[in-house]
Design a protein around this ligand. Sequence first.
Ligand code: SF4
Length: 776
Amino acid sequence: MFSIPRNVTRPARYMGIEPNRVLKQPEKGDVRFALCYPDVYEIGMSYLGHFLLYELMNNLEGVWCERCFAPWHDMEDYLRKGDRSLFTLESRTPLCEMDLVGFSLTYEMNVTNVLNMLSLGNIPIKAEERQKGPIVIGGGPLMLNPTPFQPFFDLIVVGEAEDVLVEIVTRVKAMKGLPRSRIIEELAGLEGVFSPLLGKKAVKRLYVEDLNASYHPVRPPIPVVGSVHNRLNIEISRGCGNGCRFCIAGYGYRPYRERDPLRLAEIIDRATKETGYEEISLLSLSSGDYSCLSSLIGHVRSKHKDISLSLPSLKIGSIAEEEIELLGRGAKGGFTFALETSTAELRDRLNKDIQIESLISHLPLLKRHGWRKVKLYFMVGFPWEKEEDFMAIRDLITPFVRNRIEVNLSVSPFTPKPHTPFQWLAMEDEAGLREKIRLVRKAAAGKGVKVKVRDIRTSIIEALISRGDGRLFPLFEELHRSRVRLEAWGECFNPDIYDEWLRGRNGLGESILGARDANQTLPWDFIDTGVDKSFLREELERAEGKEKTANCYRSCAGCGLSCGAPRQEALRCCTQDSTSYLGVEGTSSQTPGEMAGQSEAAYTTFTIRYSKCGDSRYIGHLDTIDIVLRAVRAAGISLKMHGKYHPKPRVSLSPALPVGIESTCEMLEIEAEGINSMDSSLIGKMDRCLPKGMRIMGATRGGMDSTHNDFGYLLVGETGLEGEVLRTGNGGSRTFYLWQGTNIKELWLSGKYERIVKIDNRRIDGFRADYQRNIQ
Ligand code: SF4
């Protein structure tokens, strides 16, 4: 049994016990890949791209891909103090013993975590210092400008990595045993890949041409610590055709591609069975643009009625009334709209094509479906803003207030990003941004609106890194020496360190954050995204002239990718056939509760008894409930939903079990639809979706009786401790005690007891059997 110190927070992060994790018995010659996400477990386990690569590589014979996340400070201290290496979750192998170590970089503030994870994994942070050990690969959106941190990587992959990674691991398998430098040289020759060790070359961004032919994960490991987006993520499309001039995702992920709705329906059906998730998120850069949205929502609503849906990014006007009707019956999390600016003139400059009137006209409909809140996103820091633009926010929120819809205003500083038409603009300075945010607050004052502002100094550092060049490399070395890491967490971010470093470097910050000359070569120009630089320049001129550019759904603006509008249309694959196949014609005015049909269907109450032993003792109470309910759903059992608009299942449970304590007698009461008993095959199906160490012990009809409160604790420790001694262990090394007191958490934290196991009082006499069967 894996043991980590009792004072480490959320220890389940490090156990590697998730249902659906992939375990293999590697043979000599197999390729071992550590897929690293440079932030903590909860963030990395929310990232669809991570699961895509994980599943794709593990589907290959002779390749084992394992996960690794950044440890929190307390776990890092434990590793450093004991001279232990950061390890992969599945096999607990030190990073330095893997063949390949790959990082997905999605956020500028995570670069320092890469360095920390490398050093914790006993891998030199600079590529030039690595003579042996794994080849370190960098990928993810940040590689659209890797210049500030590229010396940390042996290889860099630019763009969508799935196809080339399969090629990389296949070639590494074939070349095993060859010198490291020879392998790097060979891999650097692949399209979309380069090695900073071998000098600069023009690199073409990779993208998947046929999204339908590309893989979509269906069996992601299910988090055992609540992840940030704890739900089934389904990617419905990639890229975005809207052409917002500030958006790096819009330019860096072109062209717009959709997945076939019939294929998506199959993926949803399979993945819900494999995971039991209670929520599905239809992922896209602009979900409302997906041409088959209502069919797909209808499929989920009709086939998975106790699962809620969320659309993370909506463009106003892109979601039709029919879709609000369908969504409204089971949507989760409310609606979020990115307005970006308050006036039509500014929106024209940004090429943000939205119809505010359309949103306002939909407010009564939103209310009818129980929605009382919206989140509106704004950006500040564009060079054309005037005071009256901020004051216009007041007029914009008035209709919401009149309709008694709560508004949360989320305001972020605009950061001019590489490869966008605004790459030549300057980042607004701190004082300017503070003044603009003051004006936003003033405009919203007295309207009952909550204003949440993204930290200005974080945004400025983000801009510095994303627009930076090789001159920032020593900064990262310095940050690493100063043990800076986990900077995406507010409490760990200290902008003063950056300010101090920049102060001694004569205008370096200004030259990176300031406006760029039109004729200047930019540090990221060697990355060829497929979009012509001349097109970006023309788009900036159109912004200055308040001119809009048509989106890719209507016509082709000729960005240089040559995907062409007619072809774009062909990629939008919602056919009449698929719409009718998915069978979602018409709408209904049912509330979610009515739709779940609880009034007609037969429901039976069951009490599920389960054990939580070994490594799973580190899973927290609330996470455990989610896990068991997911196992129930994954077994095909529908739960009775309660609540008119945002239904939830009703459950009762035995008292909360502190983290670290094991149990053989946990109970959960549920209301299940359409079944009268839970036989062994159903229990087996539930077991399949439980983490290592958890097991369903049985399920009985009826509610929890008083026995759930009749328990004691078995304490296992060294001899000579106080307590009712039940048995002295073999060789006198361990003694088993019975404890009926309440301060069990303190006993665990005291460290005196090796294991503490909650047991059913009626089974005390049989504890030896319990011990042998369930605990060991
Ligand atoms: S080539 Fe045309 S349709 Fe394709 S991404 Fe560029 S502008 Fe859009």
